[in-house]
Design a protein around this ligand. Structure first.
Ligand SMILES: Nc1nc2c(ncn2[C@@H]2O[C@H](COP(=O)(O)OP(=O)(O)OP(=O)(O)O)[C@@H](O)[C@H]2O)c(=O)[nH]1
Ligand SMILES: [Mg+2]
Length: 439
């Protein structure tokens, strides 16, 4: 069944996915259900969670004291369990991803707020990046921002650890932030979390289907890659519009698709978040039935110019008009916007919860929570280099390796070859970490 769905779509770019923790694994399973991924893996710390992906794709970083306990909503513990089990992770990933496209992009998914996924996802991303040092591929992240009812001291802290880390270390080429408040708001309508998880991926799936496809104006794979290299946060909105529209109506529909209630992202109305000082990426993809694709060319071109203008003319702007005969008398309009700032207000409200709680109790967590660096969250203007300051989860690694090795080991963690993926494994280095080369 799954195979049939996959075969029905020709992807311009393949996507491989790794889910971390329960929410991340469910999300990856959902994307896989709609045929988005070429290959998937899911990593967790306990068998107590529902994983949704086949057993062969599951990887565990067990808590040796109790395999059912996992990280127990403690992100530092989640990170530590990951670091302690890194050899298992690398070995299993190397096997799971040993076949398939060499040019695939990667997407790592997790739900912020828990212990396991939240704690491990950035370490994994960093490891993957190091593994691909010689042949870098895009690494994207898709994370849910915790729903209000889940937020308390620990979950807020966990999410802050991860966000501070990814914003100050430039771990992902781009990060999609999904708002779980919206997910739960729509739950009654769609009946199950699994169904909504599928809908979250839908615009991403359509974008990946259209890139590099047969078109009259091509947003090719390189353009797509360039857009996502802008860094910070990304969104992909979509809408379908009746084909009897003019430019004004088309533009209105697109702008409506950016509004708060019409997608699952934390970021809404991107035009209000964009200023002259930063790099942004913009892609407009329009799918249309073959009888309209040429005839409506000027309508599409004018719409592109108009939307580009609304977004303050980002330097990196690309368009693709794609023949899609699954659409009858409709257009599918996809807008990709990258380089958006981290959601400062939402993050500051998490910070407020932590501050409030820690005022009344003794707290022994790292002091990164004291001062969220606003500049790191909104990014640096394009003329300045991104700051490397901020709390660093990677210091966890130093705890895992013996003291005399720790400096070299930490160096290796970010420098060495990791999972062999599609390139032949490098020969193991004596006395150093041997990331995923198959023995
Ligand atoms: N959108 C979405 N969110 C989910 C899903 N499953 C869990 N979550 C959210 O994930 C957060 C809890 O994190 P989990 O993923 O359960 O935690 P974990 O990574 O397994 O970490 P532990 O604390 O060790 O269990 C909450 O915000 C949940 O609402 C899912 O299938 N979809
Ligand atoms: Mg869990």
């Amino acid at each position: 069944m799954e195979l049939n769905i996959k075969e029905a779509f020709e992807f311009g770019v393949s996507l491989k996915a790794i889910g971390c923790g329960q929410g991340g694994s469910n999300l990856v399973a959902a994307g896989n259900n709609i045929g988005l991924f070429e290959q998937i893996a899911a990593i967790n710390t306990t068998t107590a969670d529902e994983m949704s992906v086949p057993l062969a794709n599951q990887i565990y970083c067990f808590n040796q004291d109790n395999q059912k306990r996992g990280a127990g909503k403690d992100a530092l513990k989640g990170g530590r369990l990951f670091a302690q089990n890194i050899d298992i992770v690398r070995e299993r990933l190397a096997i799971i991803f040993s076949e398939g496209s060499e040019d695939a992009f990667y997407i790592l998914s997790t739900s912020l707020g828990g212990g396991s996924g939240n704690g491990m996802v950035n370490l994994l991303a960093k490891d993957l990046k190091a593994a691909m040092e010689d042949n870098p591929k895009l690494i994207l992240g898709l994370m849910t921002f915790p729903e209000d009812s889940f937020i308390e001291l620990r979950s807020a802290k966990n999410a802050l650890i991860s966000l501070q880390d990814s914003s100050s270390n430039n771990i992902y080429d781009s990060l999609f932030l999904v708002d779980n408040n919206k997910v739960y708001k729509k739950l009654p309508k769609f009946g199950s979390l699994a169904k909504i998880n599928e809908r979250i991926w839908q615009p991403i799936k359509h974008a990946f289907t259209y890139v590099g496809a047969n078109s009259t104006a091509t947003l090719d794979v390189e353009d797509f890659e360039a857009i996502f290299k802008c860094g910070r946060c990304a969104v992909i909105y979509e809408t379908t519009v009746s084909s009897d529209v003019n430019v004004e109506a088309l533009r209105e529909s697109i702008m409506r698709s950016w509004e708060e209630d019409n997608h699952y992202y934390v970021h809404s109305n991107p035009q209000r978040l964009m200023s002259d000082d930063y790099h942004y990426g913009f892609g407009l993809l329009i799918g249309a039935p073959s009888n309209l694709i040429e005839r409506k060319r000027s309508l599409f071109e004018n719409t592109f110019a108009s939307i580009r203008n609304i977004l303050n003319n980002p330097q990196l702007s690309y368009k693709g008009f794609i023949t899609d005969d699954t659409l009858k008398d409709k257009y599918r309009i996809i807008t990709i916007i990258t380089g958006l700032p981290y959601p400062v207000e939402r993050i500051q409200s998490l910070n407020g919860i932590v501050q409030q709680s820690t005022n009344n109790s003794v707290d022994d967590t790292p002091n990164f929570l004291k001062g969220i660096n606003r500049q790191t969250l909104i990014g640096q203007p394009s003329t300045k280099k991104t700051s490397k300051d901020g709390f660093d989860m990677f210091s966890l690694l130093a705890e895992v390796f013996p003291a005399e090795q720790s400096a070299a080991a930490k160096e290796d963690f970010s420098m060495d070859t990791v999972v062999s993926l599609n390139s032949p494994p490098k020969s193991p280095k004596k006395g150093r970490l041997n990331f995923g080369s198959r023995r």
